[in-house]
Design a protein around this ligand. Structure first.
Ligand code: PBG
Length: 352
């Protein structure tokens, strides 16, 4: 009613003074700051840059081979020579780090995951080759046995088919040392065994690897979003059962803080929450509670879902990808593992 009155008076050139506004009329207009591009840029809280991204790369044996991953269009397993090129490319476009995931030949997988302890295994050879070619690019390696075990689990199985925590931790320590020795900068235990961060830290210290960083997958959930990844590393088909006895229940939020607290007390330098977008509440809580470098993983399933919708023309790929990555930052993540990393780094570069 007041508005139409005002309109009348405005027509007559006698616009009301604010005191005549009806009670409850907007005390402030949030749209004012949004009215023009310059103003939106001025008040913007978050900025996504290439520095926020870690690019996961899948590695296979061979020479000049590139195998597309099912359910991850645009993502391929690369032989070491091509992985070196990808790493050079990553450095060129300003990405701070890559994460390497080996697809081990099935003939080399066994119950004990013994390839994980071989200093000449695929991932160690890839680390050495990349470190030699691009020494200033950070390299992250998973610490978990799933690319090496015939049962597809991240730890070792006992006779009853249970994952044996303490024997698994011993194995993971050996794997971690082998990877640190190869030149990996950041060890990322993604296995979710209890006590592994402390055991790995102690072994690193004892062996002179005092600079090797640990980024623990502290709050890693038993998620359905890992499907395409398991295909990429070849661990999906043979996975016996599920990972619910070690990965977290998606129903739990407070428990994530306990997981993080343990890993921090055991010597983690950085922590991760995984999956990403459906778990931004956890990212927020972790960052608020601990304030330490906090990362999120935009998983293979999240990648697949976005790419599939974009391929059908249902979503605008560029906009939706940038929006998701910005959302991670807004939730408090210092960085994001994303298969979109090179595409986004290029895009951001072209915008300046
Ligand atoms: C293995 C590991 C997984 C992922 C990273 N490390 C899968 C799993 O735990 O089964 C998932 C990554 C992705 O989905 O992109 N420990």
């Amino acid at each position: 009613k007041t508005v139409s009155l005002r309109t009348e008076r405005a027509k007559r050139g006698t616009v009301d003074a604010p005191k005549e506004l009806r009670p409850g009329y907007p005390a402030s207009r949030l749209r004012r700051n949004r009215r023009a591009d310059w103003s939106r840029r001025l008040v913007r809280e978050m900025q996504l840059t290439a520095d926020d991204l870690i690019w996961p790369i899948f590695v296979i044996d061979g020479d000049r081979s590139r195998e597309e991953v099912d359910a991850m269009p645009g993502v391929a397993r690369l032989s070491i020579d091509l992985a070196v090129r990808a790493a050079e490319d990553a450095a060129e476009i300003g990405l701070p780090a890559i994460a390497l995931f080996p697809n081990t030949d099935p003939s080399l997988r066994d119950e004990a995951g013994s390839q994980a302890f071989n200093p000449g295994n695929l991932v160690c050879r890839a680390v050495r080759a990349i470190k030699q070619a691009v020494p200033d690019l950070g390299i992250v390696c998973d610490v978990a046995l799933d690319p090496y075990t015939s049962h597809g689990h991240d730890g070792l199985m006992d006779d009853e088919g249970r994952i044996d925590n303490d024997r698994s931790v011993e194995a993971l320590v050996t794997q971690a040392l082998v990877q640190a020795e190869a030149g990996c900068d950041v060890l990322a235990p993604s296995d979710m065994m209890d006590g592994r961060v402390g055991a790995i830290r102690a072994a690193l210290e004892a062996n002179g690897f005092t600079d090797t960083q640990i980024m623990s997958y502290a709050a890693k959930y038993a998620s359905a979003f890992y499907g395409p990844f398991r295909d990429a590393v070849g661990s999906g088909a043979q996975l016996r059962g599920d990972k619910k006895t070690y990965q977290m229940d998606p129903a739990n939020g407070a428990e994530a803080l306990r997981e993080v607290a343990f890993d921090v007390s055991e010597g983690a330098d950085m922590v991760m929450v995984k999956p990403g977008l459906p778990y931004l509440d956890v990212v927020w809580r972790v960052k608020e509670a601990f304030g330490l470098p906090t990362f999120a993983y935009q998983t293979s399933g999240e990648y697949a879902a976005l790419v599939a919708a974009a391929e059908r023309g249902w979503l605008d790929r560029e906009r939706v990808v940038l929006e998701t990555l910005l959302a991670f930052k807004r939730a408090g993540a210092d960085g994001v593992f994303s298969y979109f990393a090179p595409e986004v780094a290029r895009l951001l570069k072209s915008q300046f």
